[in-house]
Every structure is written in C-alpha cells, then in structure tokens.
Design a binder for this molecule. Structure first.
Ligand code: NAD
Length: 357
C-alpha cells in the first residue's frame, strides 16, 4: 500500500533542511521498501509570495490527503509588516487547526555526545530526557474575541482570549498520561491556577483523569516555577503537559538545555494519528541561505514521522542510529560546534547521515 508524505519546506532555512531530510527519507524508502510517495507544496511566506495567501487551498487539500507531513519552518522579516491575518505563521496555524493537530509532542533529549554544548553544567543535564506535551489548537492563540480596539478615551487596547473547554483539556490530558505510561510514569501538569480561571479548570480535569491512569504519578506546577525548575533541576521531569502558550515557551527553554534548538524534533498529531512533523526551531532568517543550518532536527522529525504516523519503527530507528553515529564521528554544524568537533555544512551533515545509513 502506498503512503503519501507531503513536504512543506516553507521559508528561511526551511528549504535547506527539508532537502536533507528528503534525501534521508528517499534512502530509507528504498532500503526498507516502505512504498512512500512524496509530494511538495507551498506554505508560509513562500506561498504568500506565489499565491498571496500563507495557506493555499491546494496545500491544504494535499495536507488533508497525506498520511504524514514534514514541514521546515515559516516566517521571516520580509513578511513581518503584513497584517497579522496574512502572516506566514497563519499558514502553520491554519494547518494545525484544519487538521485538528491538537497534540504537540516535543522531546528534549540531551545526546551524550553534545553534553558540553549545553549552557548548563553537564551534571545538571546529562541524561536529560523530557517530553513536553503541548496543547496546540486552543488556548490564547486561537481564542476569540481578539484584536486591537479603540477605547472611548481614544486609547487603543490590545486583547486576546484565553479559553479551554473541558473536552479540549481532557483529550490533551489523555495523550500526556498515555505518553507517561510508556515512559517514566511521571506527569507534571503546568498551569497558572493561582491567577487564571481557565487553568483552574485545567487542573481540575487533570485531577479527574488521574483515576484512569493509576500507574502515573501526577503533579502540578505553576508555569513561573516550571520555567525556573527547568534550568535548576530539569531531570526531575519526565512528561510535562501544558497549554498552547506556556508549552510554546517552555519547550523552547527545554530545547536550549540540550545545547541547540537545531537538534530537536516535534510531532503534532490528531486523533487519527495523522501528523505534521517539524523541527522545534523557526526559519532562522539570520543564517538562511548560508548553508550552515543544522538539518538534524528535521531529519529526526522525519524519523518520528516514520514511527508515529507510518508505523515504520525499524526505519525510524535506523535514522536515529545514523544521527548518533555522525555525532560520534565528531561532525558538528556551527550551532553545536565544540572543541575537537569537525565543522560541517548543512549539506555535509545530510550526506554524513546518508552514508551512516
Ligand atoms: P528561530 O528558531 O528561527 O531562531 C532562533 C535562533 O536559533 C537563531 O539564532 C537561529 O539562527 C538559530 N537556529 C534556529 N534553527 C537553527 C538550525 N536548524 N541550525 C542552526 N541554528 C538554528 O526563531 P526566531 O528567530 O524567533 O524566529 C525566526 C522566524 O521564524 C520568525 O519569522 C518566526 O515567526 C518564525 N518561527 C517559525 C516557527 C515554525 O515555523 N514552526 C517557529 C518559531 C519561529
């Protein structure tokens, strides 16, 4: 049975890193006879330039039909002055909401070879293995009403709405409890229940779910404390579950514990396990076009895609082993460069993974 993968390179370094992941996918497709077919479409700024919309109908149609999607990144200064409703990021948010990709899984794993790349002391981070489960289609990023309005006194006021329904909280809670069951059986729910009513409800629902997962130890933490604990004693965490905005921030913080955001994959899944896979980082306009971006987060995202949406564990493990091997060989893009490493370009890193496969 043929399965289809949609590639969405996007903007900035997106096309450079997706090109390397694509080569890796072609290689495992042949090697493991996966029967994958590939298609490509425009999203974000690239789509705005070509079709005046960040999410063309053709892209959405292809995304709906695909078994899995691999995205690079969207956005960049070129489009920053556009109205919010027509920014590249709308393409990404539109894909997430149209495909109901409500569960964002972001592992933060410290590869032993990169322990010295972390800004924290090796003893604080070595062996780090956290999974952040972030709610992705609700919360303040989607809540209505929103906007900037004129007040009677002539002043402008910006406003957004932070809201979650019980069912939205329950379904992300279940994903997190199930993930914890498969890992260290510890789940920390992060909220701001001392200030925000919406997260009082969040906490209540997480407590309700606890009885369905008696083997998982549930704890709660305020988001400000969680931000501190992540840099103070990150290894206390196994799985963290939180809402869209807190998850956005905490997962970037967790990413830095591992040395480089250029190493971290992510998966966004819907209830049918259809998924969009992408690196945690953005389009890195500061280094776009220079051939120095780290393609590994995208390549590891491709491995996650094989595992979670396409049920191809063996091919996924082969990619992960190949990544570990190139790190063992001392190959490093600039963002993870450390003493004794051999600096390589985006393409050279991709080629090294291909050779290791
Ligand atoms: P960013 O993640 O693009 O970059 C932050 C820093 O990390 C930069 O110094 C960059 O050079 C570096 N970096 C990121 N990825 C790297 C890689 N693979 N290899 C080496 N270094 C890497 O975040 P930003 O600068 O805040 O945002 C830039 C643009 O990306 C903005 O337009 C933003 O809206 C967009 N963005 C998109 C996504 C997405 O597509 N999922 C996510 C975040 C930001």
């Amino acid at each position: 049975m043929s399965r289809s993968v949609l590639l969405l390179p996007g903007d900035g370094i997106g096309p450079e890193i997706v090109a390397e992941a694509e080569k890796v996918l072609h290689k495992v497709n042949d090697k493991f006879s996966l029967g994958l077919s590939f298609d490509t479409a425009l999203v974000g700024g690239a789509a705005l330039d070509a079709e005046d919309t960040p999410l063309p109908a053709d892209t959405l149609d292809k995304a709906r039909k695909a078994d899995a999607i691999l995205l690079g990144a969207v956005g960049g200064p070129k489009w920053d002055s556009l109205p919010m409703s027509n920014r590249p990021e709308k393409g990404l948010l539109g894909l997430r909401s149209n495909l109901e990709l409500f569960a964002n899984l972001r592992p933060a794993i410290l590869y032993p070879q990169l322990a010295s790349a972390s800004s924290l002391k090796p003893e604080v981070v070595s062996g780090l293995d956290i999974l952040i489960v972030r709610e992705l289609t609700g919360g303040i990023y989607f809540g209505q009403p929103r906007g900037v309005r004129q007040l009677e006194n002539g002043e402008r006021q910006g406003y957004n709405t932070y809201q979650y329904t019980e069912s939205e909280i329950r379904r992300i809670g279940r994903v997190a409890f199930e993930a914890a069951q498969q890992r260290g059986k510890k789940l920390c729910s992060v909220d701001k229940a001392n200030v925000l009513e919406v997260t009082v409800l969040w906490r209540e629902i997480m407590e309700e779910l606890k009885s369905e997962y008696p083997d998982v130890e549930l704890s709660h933490m305020y988001v400000d404390n969680a931000a501190m604990q992540l840099v103070k004693a990150p290894k206390q965490f196994d799985v963290i579950v939180t809402g869209n905005m807190f998850g956005d921030i905490l997962s970037d913080e967790a990413a830095m514990l591992t040395g480089s955001i250029g190493m971290l994959p992510s998966a966004s899944l819907n209830s049918e396990k259809q998924g969009m896979y992408e690196p945690c980082h953005g389009s890195a306009p500061d280094i776009a076009g220079q051939g120095i971006a780290n393609p590994l987060a995208t390549i590891i995202s491709a491995a996650m895609m094989l595992r979670y949406s396409l049920n191809e564990d063996e091919a996924a493990a082969a990619i992960e082993a190949a990544v570990s091997k190139v790190l063992d060989q001392g190959l490093r893009t600039a963002d993870i460069m450390s003493e004794g490493g051999q600096k390589v370009s985006t393409r050279e890193m991709g080629e090294a993974v291909l050779n290791a496969l």
